[in-house]
Design a protein around this ligand. Structure first.
Ligand SMILES: *Cc1c(COP(=O)(O)O)cnc(C)c1O
Length: 367
């Protein structure tokens, strides 16, 4: 594909391969929830959501209500879970048939009082249980109280009970993760005793799918693995990055020993040096922390370091030893040059780099 500007090429074949890899990890009866929050991890949530529906996911998940509304408006009809809804958005949740993750009494009681005088019955919710992440969710000693609140309402139906693992990809945290699984099982058993088996139990994120098959329950929540990354080398090996951020060389310039590049003159040439300027910058998601040699991009198959500070709209790279011309393609990261090679000192995690590709960058869908 010839490109003339910075583009994010979204590889739907790779998405399909990753989906199948995940499917092969789990029992054939286990449902898959495709997590498409944050523009489907920086790609395009509508395109990815529709592809995942075609591939056979049972559920989709977003972080915020607005993201779910967008999917509904694009014609998505399967269940959508909203992980972090706010009380103010309750009426949108109802109107657009979005299932809230209910994580606090404030939210649960608010929901009940909103629905009390309505004709809505059996509005499905998923309860979020805190088993150690200590972010959002009910604690185990609150289960009786939750039960009372749900059992006393005809308007609410328990559709799911879930929790979130804190370190499912971290080898040193196996004991902690097993404790989380045990706590989750306690909550699950409580609600099965009270309500029967009619709700979905789910716990695992991507790394959980790979590392804790005993914790599959009824459904797994796949996020980063769909997009081609895991949380360790073994996971990464099985997956294909779907986000390919590419650009072109806008200008080439040869500078002499002692000359500088960019703001604050951070790079001083030690010898004759060829600099290529690329039309993307920190606004597009190339954080300033990747300047001054902290990241490599790929030019005609060879690695070129970023030199000087990353600017708002431009990045400069050193291509002294690379045969290239103005207009040549540059791969910032993608299938041939993963985020882990771009971020060569592992200053951050693939999640952050791929989700930060700004909306200014043109999305191109590769079927
Ligand atoms: C984002 C998120 C996921 C997906 O996690 P990955 O590590 O990307 O697979 C699953 N569950 C919850 C609650 C999340 O917020």
């Amino acid at each position: 594909m010839t490109i003339k500007e910075t583009q994010l090429i979204i590889d739907l074949k790779a998405l399909e391969t990753n989906f199948k890899t995940i499917k092969n990890q789990i029992k054939s009866t286990t449902k898959i929830m495709g997590v498409v929050k944050a523009f489907a991890y920086g790609t395009d949530s509508v395109v990815v959501a529709h592809k995942l529906v075609d591939l056979g996911v049972s559920y989709l998940a977003v972080a915020y209500t607005e993201e779910g509304v967008r999917l509904r408006n694009s014609g998505i009809q399967i269940p959508i879970l909203v992980f972090y809804p706010q009380l103010e958005e309750l009426s949108s949740l109802v109107e657009y048939h979005l299932m809230p993750s209910v994580y606090s009494f404030n939210f649960l009681i608010g929901l009940n009082s909103l629905l009390k005088d309505s004709t809505v019955i059996d509005f499905p919710i998923h309860l979020k249980i805190n088993t150690g992440l200590n972010r959002l969710g009910f604690d185990l000693d609150e289960l009786d109280e939750i039960y009372e609140e749900i059992a006393n309402s005809q308007h609410i139906k328990l559709a799911g009970v879930f929790s979130h693992l804190a370190a499912s990809g971290t080898a040193s945290q196996v004991d902690f993760t097993k404790q989380q699984i045990a706590k989750y099982k306690q909550a699950q058993a409580f609600f099965i005793e009270k309500f029967g088996q009619g709700f979905l139990s789910h716990l695992c994120n991507s790394s959980g799918i790979f590392n804790y098959p005993e914790a599959e329950f009824d459904m797994v929540r796949a996020g980063i693995a769909l997009y081609g990354y895991g949380n360790n080398a073994a996971e990464n090996e099985q997956l294909i990055p779907i986000s390919n951020l590419k650009t072109v060389i806008a200008q080439l310039r040869t500078i002499q020993k002692g000359e500088s590049v960019g703001y604050e003159r951070m790079f001083i040439a030690e010898k004759e040096t060829v600099i290529a300027s690329l039309p993307l910058g920190y606004i597009d998601g190339i954080a300033r922390q990747f300047g001054n040699g902290k990241a490599d991009v790929l030019v005609n198959g060879k690695k070129a370091p970023i030199v000087g500070h990353v600017c708002m709209d431009i990045v400069m790279i050193d291509v002294t030893d690379i045969n290239c011309q103005e207009g040549d393609h540059v791969i910032i990261f993608g299938r041939e040059h993963s985020v882990l090679e771009f971020d060569k000192y592992q200053q951050t995690i693939p999640y952050e780099i791929i989700t930060r590709i700004s909306q200014r960058v043109t999305r191109v869908i590769e079927q």
